[in-house]
Structures are given as structure tokens and as C-alpha cells.
Design a protein around this ligand. Structure first.
Ligand code: DOR
Length: 440
């Protein structure tokens, strides 16, 4: 595989920006799409792909991942994570600040950008993390998709759980604030109530729906008071979805993970601590309400919250086992399989996993298959089913909560900036993504 100047994808089923489909061809030059048409005749492509029988979608933009570099590379690093992205059809990601050191200054942000420019096969952006002391950095750091606040479920400097500190951040500046909304005081109280229980299922009762609801209510209140752009990360409960359905200001967005749509508390019995994450898995009722909220536009898009931990770490007894599960390799086939099962349409999946994210974060030229857009694309096979297999995973942690699930819509070819980064099981490790920009 080389780095083509021009690429021609032939005979694909292509989704257009208006949600309609055509059978046809896409031509790219350098990093951009130059033509989308049923027939393209004037061409001198460097590389041709025959996409007969395959479906072409905009590359996935995953707006919440934890890729562990710097400092926690035994779990994952920017190279292994971006290989996993390439395999999963994820062509851009937004990464979270809970690395070591924390991403809370321009210097630590620059360090991540520098590392990514050397190691990342797909496009990248990095959140700046809020502490109680870095307001000047939160106002000035760039480029960044926004400020990440852990209102709960965190310890150390990244935990901002006091009303006054939260208010100070919401009051100053304009850039997007993304919240992990769980109420730390309630979590602390319930940890004491349920102390000594080692069944991981208790995790969903300790960090219960009420803990999520309290924090989301507070974030919404502050956002309304200051008319501040707010994004609610990994929304997990029926109550939060209902709250947003009643009143969602135009400057508020929300996301949901595939695991909060497709897994619930039954999973603890089957996979134990591998099902442990924050916010925790909920009930089948929550699954259904979240699906409906997504279909109705109350929830705007999908993120994986890819949060790898080693199997040895996960094998510790609850509550010593860390929270989090990987996701970038399985999110697109999971959602496309759900579409084939009539939970939604393929056009909705493409919207929720690309265009809606680009719009919400102001990422220019991404999320659609049209001339002038960046050539970040994924060809998927919707005719074949294959199970999630541990031995095929590229994430360094090498496990998935969805192991054994029989899925369709697996990526066959992933293209980043007009370059083939993944094809038929092979990753092209020569390809490098670019730093994302944000118009906010
Ligand atoms: O389960 C989680 N794990 N949720 C988070 O928000 C953080 C993440 C991690 O970094 O491990």
C-alpha cells in the first residue's frame, strides 16, 4: 500500500449528505474528495478500489476516548489506539485529559499534539482538563475541542465537584464545556452504604441513576445561567434523557455510548468487572429510553468512551478493579448491526457517528461524502457477519465487552486524508493523521 495522490473508489453504495443513497464512484485528490457521481470518466487515479457490494460512509469521528499516552502506556498508546481506530473505521478522535501528566496546560496539550503527529494513524484532537486552579489555561489553550470537567467519578486534581468551582468555570469564557456528570457527594455516601460488597453489580447501585441526574441537572442549570455551550458526555439514564426532552437549550448537546444502548446490568453476571464503567451500565428500560432519545434527536451523537485497562487490572476484586472498557474497534459494526436489526437507519448511524459530531464541535470539512470534504471514509460490508474475537483486536488491552457478539458492518477499508490506512485486515502504519481544528 502506498500513499496515493489520487484515489478512485468504484461501484460503492454511497450515502450522500442529505441521507439519500447512490451507486457510484468517489474520487479524491490529495486529502480531499473532489467528485462523487454515478459515473466518473476524467480520471487518472493512483489507486483504485473496487467497492462492489460495499457501503461507503463518512469516517467515524469518535468524540470521547481515553488513549492513555503519556503516562499509562501499559494500557494503550497513541499508536496502538490509532491502529484500533483504523480497523474500526474511526478516522478522527477527541481524547480526554486524564493521562499522566494531566492535560491541563498548553504545555501538556502541545506534548500530546507532538506525540500524535509522530504516532497517530488517524486525525486527533485533545480536550483540556479543568482543575480548580487552571482557569487561565482553560481560556487560552488551543487547539482543543473544549474543556472537560469531571464533576464526579474522578480523584485528584481533575475532580471539580464543588458548586463554586464549577460556577467559576461556567462563568468565564465561551468555549464548549463537556461534563462527566456524576455527583461525587452521592457516590461517596453510597460507597459507604455498600462498603464490603465485592459483586461488581453493586457498581450500578453505588453510582446510581440519581448520581447522574443530580450532576446533569447542575450542569444544565449553570449552562442556562451563563448561556454556556454545554456537552453532556456519555448520558446513561432515562431520567437525564427525559429531562433533556422536556427542555434542551439550543446550545446544549449530549452523547450516548454503544454500551449504554446495548449492554445493561445483566452483563455483570456474564463478564463481571469487564462490564464496570463510569457512568455504570443501567437497566434495559434505560437502554430503550436512550435509544428513543437518540432517534428523536434529544441525544445528538455517539461516543465510545474507549477506556482500556489491562485484563490483569480488570481481574482485581471489585472495587479495586478499574472502570472502563475499550470501544473504537467495535462501535461502528455494533451500531450498523443495530441498524440492520431495525433499531435505526444506516443514515442515522452515519449522522450520529460523523456529521453530528463535526457540527457540534465545529470541525470543518468532515462528516460528509461530498466534494470539498476531507477524504476520511470507511467502506463497510453489510452482507457478512463475523463475531468479535479477542485475538483480532488491535487495542493494547486485547479484550472487548462484546466478545462473541456476531456483527455485520465491519470495515473493509478505512481512508484517512485520501490514504488507505486499513484494508482487509492490514493496517498501513505509514499513514499519519492530522491535528483537528475547531471553529468555536
Ligand atoms: O469508565 C470510565 N473510565 N469512565 C471514565 O469517564 C474514565 C475512564 C477511564 O479513563 O478509565
Amino acid at each position: 500500500m502506498s500513499s496515493p495522490i489520487s484515489l478512485l473508489i468504484r461501484n460503492a453504495r454511497i450515502i450522500l449528505p442529505n441521507g439519500e443513497w447512490i451507486m457510484g464512484n468517489v474520487q479524491t485528490r490529495d486529502r480531499q474528495i473532489v467528485e462523487v457521481a454515478p459515473e466518473i470518466s476524467q480520471i487518472t487515479p493512483t489507486t483504485e478500489i473496487d467497492a462492489q457490494g460495499l457501503t461507503l460512509l463518512p469516517g467515524v469521528i469518535d468524540p470521547q476516548v481515553h488513549f492513555r499516552e503519556p503516562g499509562l502506556e501499559h494500557k494503550e498508546d497513541l499508536f496502538t489506539a490509532s491502529c484500533a481506530c483504523a480497523k474500526g473505521g474511526v478516522t478522527s478522535f477527541l481524547e480526554m485529559p486524564n493521562t499522566r501528566p494531566l492535560t491541563t496546560t498548553q504545555q501538556t496539550l502541545d506534548d500530546k499534539l507532538q506525540r500524535a503527529s509522530h504516532k497517530c494513524l488517524v486525525n486527533y484532537g485533545f480536550f483540556i482538563g479543568a482543575t480548580t486552579e487552571n482557569l487561565p489555561d482553560l481560556l487560552s489553550a488551543k487547539p482543543t475541542p473544549g474543556i472537560k470537567i469531571f464533576m464526579g467519578s474522578m480523584h485528584g486534581q481533575l475532580l471539580v465537584d464543588q458548586d463554586a468551582a464549577l460556577e467559576a468555570i461556567f462563568a468565564k469564557g465561551k468555549r464548549l464545556i463537556a461534563v462527566h456528570a456524576e455527583d461525587q457527594a452521592r457516590i461517596n455516601q453510597r460507597r459507604q452504604e455498600f462498603a464490603g460488597i465485592h459483586d461488581p453489580a453493586i457498581h450500578s447501585q453505588i453510582q446510581d441513576n440519581q448520581a447522574a441526574m443530580l450532576a446533569t441537572q447542575l450542569a444544565l442549570k449553570l449552562s442556562q445561567k451563563y448561556q454556556r455551550r454545554l456537552h453532556i458526555l456519555h448520558m446513561s439514564t432515562a431520567q437525564e434523557a427525559d429531562l433533556l426532552r422536556q427542555h434542551k437549550p439550543s446550545w446544549v448537546t449530549a452523547e450516548v455510548t454503544p454500551q449504554h444502548l446495548l449492554l445493561n446490568t445483566d452483563a455483570y453476571e456474564k463478564i463481571g468487572t469487564l462490564a464496570q464503567m463510569n457512568p455504570p451500565l443501567r437497566s434495559p428500560h434505560d437502554n430503550e429510553v436512550l435509544w428513543q432519545a437518540l432517534r428523536d434527536g434529544v441525544i445528538d451523537f455517539i461516543a465510545t468512551d474507549h477506556a482500556p485497562h489491562t485484563l490483569a487490572e480488570k481481574a482485581q476484586e471489585y472495587p479495586n478493579s478499574p472502570s472502563g472498557m475499550p470501544g473504537v474497534e467495535t462501535s461502528l459494526p455494533l451500531m450498523l448491526t443495530a441498524a440492520i436489526q431495525s433499531k435505526c437507519t444506516i443514515a442515522q448511524v452515519a449522522h450520529w457517528m460523523s456529521k453530528a459530531v463535526a457540527v457540534a464541535y465545529g470541525i470543518p470539512n468532515k462528516g460528509a461524502i461530498a466534494p470539498g470534504y476531507d477524504a476520511d471514509l470507511v467502506l463497510v460490508d453489510l452482507d457478512t457477519y463475523r463475531p468479535v474475537r479477542r485475538e483480532e483486536l488491535l487495542t493494547k488491552c486485547r479484550w472487548s465487552p462484546f466478545e462473541g457478539w456476531n456483527l455485520t458492518g465491519w470495515p473493509v477499508t478505512t481512508i484517512v486524508g485520501g490514504q488507505i490506512v486499513y484494508h482487509n485486515g492490514q493496517v498501513n502504519t505509514e499513514v499519519r493523521g492530522q491535528a483537528l481544528t475547531f471553529l468555536q
